[in-house]
Design a protein around this ligand. Structure first.
Ligand SMILES: Cc1cc2nc3c(=O)[nH]c(=O)nc-3n(C[C@H](O)[C@H](O)[C@H](O)COP(=O)(O)OP(=O)(O)OC[C@H]3O[C@@H](n4cnc5c(N)ncnc54)[C@H](O)[C@@H]3O)c2cc1C
Length: 436
């Protein structure tokens, strides 16, 4: 029997693939509801995402969701979502979406435009294995591109800092593209052709629909926390809050700090390294305003704030511009993120202070002339694992757990996005099928 620990998207999709292959499994979840980071809240007419807001999907991934039974409820983002805005010199400016547009637009200085042109022909040098994301882009381009393009995106996707995250772990495909094609831009153009175009999606009732659909098809042992894993001559034994479970193979999909707890007795050295993975805290704030009180057209996916601009929030998603069913048609719903790596202190403020600060900042940057009609705050004490040097140490030791039939299929290995989690689950299920 294969036992899966955790029923977030990694555990649930793995369970679905195992079921498809007729491999017997049990899936154990500590909470009464499945989903982990994926959580949609409906309050009156407001549909709000607490964790991930949308999925970036290509045709192959859409087919996969169809197999889960979700094709009908998939909704594609409005065209406007392709516009991405960055806060620069007191206002949001549209980030040019392609290398030619980068050169023609006045978002970047002439120096940076020249750096972009030069990159195409710049020879790739052997970089250190632990080159940071910032150093990589500084080496290929320059500081301005790091400060006004890389930094806000890294903070928007990972709640992280480009100086800390390792290029080879965070953007492995880009690091490989540079190696393979000699230029990042050349590589990006070629790879885009091979992986197919990706678009932004959600579901009619938000991303939780993905969880509900999978949960309907899979029996989950809820309210059961795995406390410890031990080994005997017959295999693995999972000690849970509801008794012992025997397993031939155990798949761990839970956060690294929880994994450290359950491996503490049997694998103390690995557990100690796992405990050092950094998950910054993050607050997710939803604000609803009457549309006629907001002067800014909110004609894009959202606005990101480079750290250099010293804003309170790291950025906002203009949720109702992307998916109009998020609020009434005479309103706008804005999802704002506060905190992340190096901004932990902001999350230590009270709920009231954070809500006030966010409203204050939004009203300035979007010229809003009235109070919000609705506000909501969700705190993530440990949000997203940082793919930094501490995590690199984990990855160096974690493979050896497979010798004891313990496998990792979690968002702290091989990618954090929801689609990464589903793809990794599919790959592991294929691998287990060969082993069974
Ligand atoms: C605020 C935020 C915004 C994000 N935005 C996006 C986005 O826009 N797009 C995107 O693609 N991704 C986004 N992500 C990332 C993505 O949501 C996560 O990486 C992904 O959902 C992780 O899923 P998982 O199943 O690997 O882990 P989790 O969701 O963490 O699930 C783990 C499960 O294990 C359970 N568990 C923990 N310990 C135990 C135990 N001891 N015993 C039993 N069960 C246990 C937990 O209760 C949980 O249900 C975001 C994440 C956050 C936090």
């Amino acid at each position: 029997m294969v036992v899966i620990v955790g029923a977030g998207i990694s555990g649930l999709s793995l369970a679905w693939f195992l079921k498809e292959k007729n491999i017997p499994f049990k899936i154990i979840e500590s909470e009464s509801k499945a989903g982990g980071c994926i959580e949609t809240v409906q309050s009156g007419n407001y549909l709000m995402e607490m964790g991930p807001n949308s999925l970036l999907l290509n045709e192959e991934q859409i087919d996969m969701l169809s197999k889960f039974g979700l094709k009908e409820s998939l909704i594609k983002a409005e065209e406007v979502n392709k516009n991405r805005f960055i806060f620069k010199k007191g206002q949001y400016r549209k980030l040019p979406g392609s290398p030619p547009a980068l050169l023609l637009n006045n978002f970047f200085s002439w120096k940076t435009k020249w750096a972009i042109l030069r990159e195409y022909r710049k020879k790739s040098k052997a970089a250190s294995e632990n080159e940071s994301v910032a150093d990589f882009f500084r080496r290929r381009f320059n500081n301005e591109l790091v400060d006004y393009a890389v930094d806000p995106f890294v903070s928007g996707i990972y709640a992280g800092e480009p100086e800390q995250l390792l290029m080879r772990l965070t953007f492995s495909a880009l690091a490989e593209a540079e190696k393979k094609h000699g230029s990042l831009i050349k590589g990006m153009i070629k790879e885009k052709k091979s992986t197919g175009r990706k678009s932004t999606y959600s579901f009619q009732k938000g991303l939780s629909e993905l969880i509900h659909k999978l949960s309907e098809q899979i029996e989950i042992e809820r309210d059961t926390r795995v406390l410890n894993i031990k080994k005997d001559q017959n295999g693995l034994i999972l000690e849970t809050s509801k008794g012992e479970i025997k397993a031939e193979k155990c798949i761990i999909t839970i956060p690294s700090f929880s994994c450290a707890d359950i491996l503490q007795n049997g694998w103390p050295n690995t557990s100690e390294i796992l405990r050092k993975v950094y998950y910054p805290p993050l607050c997710c704030v939803h604000n609803v305003y009457k549309r006629d009180k907001v002067q800014h057209p909110l004609d894009g996916f959202g606005g990101l704030n480079p750290r250099k601009e010293k804003q309170f929030a790291s950025g906002s998603i203009w949720s109702s511009s992307i998916f109009p069913n998020r609020c009434d048609s005479d309103e706008v719903l804005i999802t704002t993120f506060v905190g992340g790596s190096n901004a932990e202190n902001k999350t230590k403020l009270s709920d009231k202070e954070i809500l006030q600060e966010v409203h204050h900042e939004l009203s300035k940057v979007y010229q809003i002339s009235d109070k919000p009609v609705f506000q909501h705050l969700k705190r993530w004490n440990k949000a997203i694992p940082q793919y930094d040097e501490a995590l690199a140490k984990v990855l160096a030791v974690i493979e050896s757990l497979e010798l004891d039939e313990i496998y990792i299929c979690a968002n702290w290995k091989g990618g954090v996005s929801v689609t990464d989690c589903i793809s990794k689950a599919k790959k592991l299920a294929d691998r287990l099928e060969c082993n069974c």
